[in-house]
Write a protein that binds this ligand. Structure first.
Ligand SMILES: *Cc1c(COP(=O)(O)O)cnc(C)c1O
Length: 354
């Protein structure tokens, strides 16, 4: 740390990303990246864009992407915000709506970025414990006046709320903003985006990093009331209006256009997930009922960090969280069927050698 850094940023640690080592080829099951390439439409679109307009600044309004989202959900474009990845949008939301005298609330076991981001921007937060079985009870948010951040499905538990539960959360206090982070919604879950029509206190955030195989391109979008979207645009325009490159913009719009391709990829991931879940259960693992592109699993007869370490020695990366309540678990991203067969074989060898 330099002696010039202001107080608020001292001790800043940053979000622990899944590592991206380059020393050897790994089977990467540690960042919930898609095992599939993006839609062929993406390649065509990006190639065309590359030849066209790199000389010019990009379209700051991200019109093409917002048009696709508007068409997909049957909503006006004024309800849609777009930026370079959903983390950026979460960061803007924390800054714009977070510090109104009441702490931002989120579950104690959830996407760690919320906490990191609150700390970075000096926004107070409160962690609401999940129930014993990792279920989220919306009653636990009653009377909490600060805005609420919840991933649905939650990460890394993989558990979902029903739309009816989300609606109850929204109705508890219409003067409180609720942000639902739908990073994994496409893995067989129902989006709450339609609720943005009745509830102006709902903001729904999506990413193209997971189901659309575009983690490297950095594209995310949010849907909410026109007023809330205006606020987000004001922040973006005052900080980094050109955050999405022309190439990422072309990639994102093309990926959204190819819904059939996304559905096929997601279908394959879900099928592999459900197969692997049964296999691990047969080995004595404890698993949550994940509705995402990963499994949260507690291995049998070996500690979670030891298991992760032994997999790493075999060229397979998974995620372990040294934090209360889930330190007995690992998070395994679902790759291709072939990768997961390899993973299962390695797991069997590790268990056999204990
Ligand atoms: C992956 C993920 C994100 C981040 O997505 P980006 O668009 O790549 O920034 C946000 N929220 C949750 C819950 C995620 O798992």
């Amino acid at each position: 740390m330099s002696r010039f850094l202001i107080d608020r940023f001292q001790g800043m640690e940053g979000y622990q990303l899944g590592e991206q080592p380059k020393n050897r080829e790994y089977i990467k099951l540690n960042a919930n990246e898609s095992p599939f390439p993006p839609s062929p439409l993406v390649l065509a679109s990006v190639t065309g864009e590359l030849q066209r307009a790199q000389r010019l600044y990009p379209d700051p309004a991200c019109t093409e992407i917002r048009r696709e989202v508007a068409r997909l959900y049957g909503l006006p474009m004024e309800k849609i915000f777009c930026d370079a990845g959903s983390d950026v949008i979460l960061g803007y939301a924390i800054q714009a709506f977070g510090g109104r005298g009441c702490p931002v609330c989120f579950p104690d076991v959830t996407y760690n970025f919320y906490k990191v981001c609150c700390r970075t921007f000096g926004v107070p937060f409160h962690e609401v414990p999940l129930r014993e079985d990792f279920q989220l009870a919306v009653e636990d948010y009653r009377g909490r006046r600060g805005c609420v951040f919840i991933p649905n499905p939650n990460a890394p538990t993989g558990l979902t709320l029903t739309l009816e539960q989300i609606e109850r959360l929204l109705a508890q206090d219409r003067d409180r903003l609720v942000l639902i982070d739908e990073a994994y919604v496409d893995y067989g879950n129902e989006s709450c985006i339609p609720l943005t029509v009745q509830y102006d206190n709902l903001l729904v955030v999506h990413t193209l990093s997971k189901a659309y195989s575009l983690a490297g391109a950095r594209v995310g979008f949010a849907v909410g009331s026109e007023a809330v979207i205006k606020d987000l645009n004001a922040l973006k325009d005052s900080f980094n209006p050109d955050s999405i490159s022309t190439l990422s913009h072309a990639a994102g719009a093309a990926a959204l256009r190819d819904q059939a391709y996304m559905r096929r990829c997601v279908g394959a991931v879900m099928e592999t997930r459900d197969w692997l879940k049964e296999e691990l259960r047969a080995l004595g693992f404890t698993l949550t009922d994940s509705h995402t592109s990963f499994l949260l699993a507690s291995p049998k007869g070996i500690s979670a960090p030891e298991y992760a370490k032994k997999l790493r020695e075999r060229g397979i990366l998974i995620r372990y969280y040294p934090q209360p309540r889930i330190d007995g678990y690992v998070r395994i991203s679902i790759g291709s069927r072939e990768q997961m067969e390899h993973f299962l074989q390695a797991t069997k060898e590790i268990l056999a050698a204990l």
